[in-house]
Design a protein around this ligand. Structure first.
Ligand code: ARG
Ligand code: ZN
Length: 880
């Protein structure tokens, strides 16, 4: 909760810490109501510091005692204000002994030390440690930690912290203790403890250097049948990092702990990763293919942080993308390599592009737009964003595109050689990439400092006599808050040229042979690239593999797009051509729907879809993606004045037209892509299920009794959660007679599985018929609670963000509901509340009647008393 007026913190104001911490010994007497934390810090003044005195952060702490070099300090020796405890006069080398009191059970923020299902957990990134004890809680203070945990043995049989277990035993009064030592120095945000009743799956795993590491996955009793995939993913991650980057596990023990109350996906605490249950627990009965893929990605992500984040960490939180962008890139590459095939890799890339467009481009164009390395923030928790993470990963990917895989690896090696066990900046990473490859990457810095999505406008000219094709690329970047003008970026644009036969033309660019795909480097506002030896007018395939996070503007004709959709050897651009064809039509149909016109879809487009659908030479997963229409919110992003109901109508009728025209083909694919036998989450099987269930969804868009029976039959006989959920969604989407009954049975069968109950709420929140009244009714269900973030997200977020036609109801009921929930959540958990607050980011683009009501709802929240910094920053930026 806010105590003072919110302050903006600026990157330019960085100053080094006045003291470093050499060692920290922590003692915890764990009790839900009254936990005593005793801390002993050995601190030395920092020669690089310009300031003086000791500064420790602390919030919501009760200070019991404070001693410096054995002497008790009293008020006057120190002062506490604005969350900082200052000791103005201190020797160069001191030992501080601090005792504080906290009440974990009262902590509903899920930051710091808190209780979930009766167990203790911590979440310290970014600034949670300061609510556990007084400490210089900033990432450039790295210390060696020793941790003593004491707790009741019956209630908390498992006591875990970072590093190695060095001692454990019994105490009086039924209590016991465990002492943990982390051999590596680390910033406080990587501290963690768990005191809980849990069970584990464990295994010894042989590392590349011959050492054995103990791997553990800890879960609540009853969930040991759901830990195999997380364990397998952990082993795959360890192997992959050894092979791809030569990076080994540096500990003897690596633990993953699952907790059901968690704000984010997971946390990379040294040696003790704490995970949202959603990214650990899976078996075929309860988890979908998407869940399995999420577990692999997040387990990889947190494991990879051990090097990119923990061994080399961030100097300050403005550098967050240094570890997050890089680690997302690493987990993306890991997931792609786990599939192993080129086409599988392409599908993962398509999914990344979709996320970027769906979530990051809107952020970059909205009131919260910020550079990958922000210049200021009010609340750092608001900057764990798709820009820092996903756009940050695109920026890292561009190094690899520019330098090649080997060059990128050289840069990584140099980065670790220079900065192991340091807290550094994004610029240090860029310098390592440049120096290792002898490249000038000065201009590339703008990807870190300038917000906004660049637009590259392309035009071309073919000279048949000279056999020359000239491609002109011009770049611009829209203004963003605080950045009216932008300088040109260094943009790698991968380009191929297709002949009339659909084949790639061998390229010669500016006199150099370049194979089928040339990576053009656009650095000026406008540049022309000359392709020679081009014997026929080609169709350019621009931005292959989505080589940069930009919007490409090229005046493609329908005919050219159809050609690319049928032939492009680059699967990402092949998919992209289909998306462009679909988007044009969605926009036209939306315009028609808005003015009460006729919603017609041309046969040419449906034929193109048919060709892809039945092309057995293509992976099912690719075909599924190619047939998936841009979402309603993506269509909204293309419009100057958004009419959510018209978009919904247009997209539904497009689905219906495709579904009914291709009914025969969808039926055939439905049958051909069955996956009989035991469930396996591998990419081939998941791809088949994906295409089969996409076929079912299209068929259900134009339902009749036979199709309803097909969905009903799949629901009744499903052998895995992927098929069961797909069938349930189809029944609900088509308002089939069996829908309500299926929902009821689904709940009855899985009411003991929290993650499945989340799905049950989510499906209903996104149903076409779910209005605010229906959502309010669901909130009264005994299984609903605002306190559990997964549950709140499943119902409330899925409604506000995933059901635009209902959320934007003309009567404003959705907005009033949103304001109410933001306020209610904020009183419990500001981090979750401020994510929900972001649903209103794009309010200025809606039709005037909606816009006025959205603004009104924003003002209501902004005017509410006792708002957290988190929500306050989001709503006040939205209103600026
Ligand atoms: N570092 C974590 C991850 O990306 C996320 C931590 C988010 N914490 C927060 N308070 N927003 O894996
Ligand atoms: Zn991360």
């Amino acid at each position: 909760m806010r105590t003072d007026t919110p302050q903006t913190i600026y990157r330019k104001d960085y100053t080094p810490p006045t003291y470093q911490v050499e060692t920290v010994e922590l003692g915890f007497d764990l009790d839900p109501d009254r936990t005593i934390v005793a801390s002993r810090l050995v601190m030395v003044s920092n020669p690089e510091s310009v300031g003086e005195g000791i500064e420790l952060h602390g919030v919501n702490l009760q200070l019991v005692s404070l001693r410096m070099n054995g002497r008790t300090l009293y008020e006057g020796d120190y002062d506490i204000s604005g969350g900082i405890l200052r000791i103005p006069a201190a020797p160069d080398r001191v030992t501080l002994e601090i005792e504080t009191l906290t009440s974990p059970v009262k902590n509903t923020t899920l930051s710091g030390l808190y209780v979930s299902n009766g167990n203790f957990f911590t979440q310290c990134e970014a600034e949670g440690f300061r609510s556990i004890t007084y400490f210089p809680d900033r990432p450039d203070v790295m210390a060696k930690f020793t941790v003593m945990l004491r707790a009741d043995k019956n209630r908390y049989p498992v006591l875990l912290s970072n590093g190695n277990l060095v001692e454990e035993g019994d105490l009086d009064d039924g209590r016991h203790f465990a002492k943990w030592e982390d051999p590596f120095k680390k910033p406080s945000y990587l501290f963690a403890l768990v005191a809980a009743k849990l069970v584990c799956q464990e295994e010894n795993f042989r590392l590349k250097d011959g050492r054995d590491a103990l791997l553990q996955v800890w879960v609540e009793d009853g969930n040991l049948d759901k830990t195999d995939y997380a364990m397998q993913s952990l082993k795959n991650s360890i192997r992959w990092d050894e092979e791809r980057f030569g990076l080994e596990l540096d500990l003897d023990r690596f633990m993953i702990v699952a907790v059901s109350d968690f704000n984010m996906g997971a946390m990379e605490n040294k040696g003790l990763n704490i995970f949202n249950t959603k990214f650990v627990l899976a078996n075929p009965r309860v988890a979908t293919d998407v869940d399995y893929a999420g577990i692999e990605a997040v387990v990889g992500h947190e494991y990879f942080h051990n090097w990119t984040g923990n061994r080399v960490t961030c100097r300050d939180w403005f550098q967050l993308s240094l570890k997050e962008g890089l680690t997302v890139f690493r987990d993306q590459e890991f997931s792609a390599d786990m599939i192993g095939t080129d086409s599988g890799r392409a599908v993962t890339r398509i999914e990344q592009v979709r996320t970027l467009r769906q979530a990051q481009f809107p952020e970059d164009a909205g009131p919260m737009a910020h550079p990958v390395r922000p210049d200021s923030f009010v609340e750092i928790n608001n900057f764990y964003t798709v820009t820092v993470y996903e756009k940050g990963a695109e920026v890292v990917r561009m190094y690899q595109t520019l330098l090649g895989r080997d060059g990128f690896r050289k840069g990584m090696d140099l980065y670790f050689e220079r900065h192991d066990e340091q807290a550094v900046e994004c610029d240090d990473f860029r310098a390592a990439m440049a120096d290792a490859n002898g490249r000038d990457l000065a201009q590339f810095e703008r990807w870190y400092s300038q917000a906004g999505t660049p637009v590259v406008t392309a035009s071309s000219r073919y000279d048949a006599n000279a056999g020359a094709f000239a491609l002109t690329l011009s770049q611009s970047c829209p203004a963003t808050p605080g950045q009216p003008d932008k300088l040109p970026f260094h943009i790698p644009v991968a380009v191929g040229l297709l002949g009339a036969d659909g084949k790639d033309i061998e390229l010669t660019v500016d006199g150099k042979k370049a194979g089928a795909t040339a990576v053009l480097e656009l650095t000026e506002p406008s540049q022309t690239f000359q392709f020679t030896g081009v014997k026929q007018a080609p169709i350019p395939s621009i931005l292959r593999d989505f080589s940069a996070p930009i919007v490409l503007d090229y005046p493609y004709t329908d005919e050219q797009l159809l050609h690319l959709f049928s032939h492009d050897s680059d699967p990402v651009n092949r998919w992209e051509a289909g998306q462009r064809l679909a988007m044009e039509r969605l926009l036209a149909m939306t315009a028609a729907a808005g003015s009460g016109g006729q919603l017609a879809l041309d046969d040419t487009f449906i034929d193109a879809m048919r060709k892809i659908l039945v092309d057995e030479s293509l992976d099912p997963a690719f075909r599924e993606n190619a047939l998936l229409l841009p979402s309603e919110s993506m269509v909204a992003e293309q419009m100057d004045m958004v009419n959510p109901q018209a978009i919904h109508l247009a997209r539904q009728s497009m689905r219906k037209a495709i579904g009914s025209t291709l009914r025969k083909e969808f039926h055939a694919q439905y049958e051909a892509n069955q996956t009989p036998g035991d469930y396996s989450p591998d990419a081939i099987s998941a791809g088949k299920r994906g295409l089969k269930n996409l076929a079912l969804a299209y068929l259900s868009a134009a339902p009749d009794d036979a199709i309803n029976m097909l969905a009903q039959g799949q629901f009744d006989r499903a052998g895995n959660m992927t098929d069961r959920v797909a069938a349930l969604v189809s029944l609900i989407q088509s308002a089939a007679p069996g829908a309500a009954d299926a929902l009821e049975r689904f709940y009855a069968e899985f009411d003991n599985e929290a993650l499945v109950v989340d799905k049950w709420f989510a499906i209903q929140a996104a149903a076409p018929g779910a209005d605010v009244a229906a959502v309010r009714a669901l909130m009264k269900h005994p299984a609903f609670t605002l306190k559990n973030p997964n549950r709140a997200r499943s119902l409330i977020f899925n409604f506000c963000n995933g059901n635009p036609a209902q959320f934007h109801a003309p009567d404003g009921s959705g907005y009033a509901f949103w304001a109410e929930q933001v306020k209610a959540l904020d009183a419990l958990n500001p981090q979750v509340a401020s994510r929900l607050a972001r649903s209103m980011d794009r309010w200025r683009r809606y039709a005037p009647a909606l816009q006025a009501q959205m603004k009104n709802a924003l003002e209501k929240v902004a005017g509410a008393g006792k708002l957290s910094n988190d929500v306050n920053e989001v709503v006040s930026k939205a209103l600026t």
